[in-house]
Design a protein. Sequence first.
Length: 101
Amino acid sequence: MFIYNVTIKISNSIKTDWLIWLKNEHIPEILATGCFVEATVLMLLEIDDTEGPTYAVQYKVESKASYNQYIERYADALRQKSIDKWSDQFIAFRSFMQIVD
């Protein structure tokens, strides 16, 4: 099993609307690709959040092939939708990790 992690720093001016959009639109759209089995939203604690909160969204994926399918077929368009909606009011970075039991 693998985790596709997206960490996002959000401007205070959009934090409430962004979180609603994330949970009600963005995550369901990503899960609808069929590449991921579940998503978890986390808020980072014990960091400087004077400019806004930081969240991590972790998408569980069963195989590297499913992750690659998401990156090749869907990622660019979904990232662009985020940019079109929220412009420069957020910054994100992504990582791909393997679950080690």
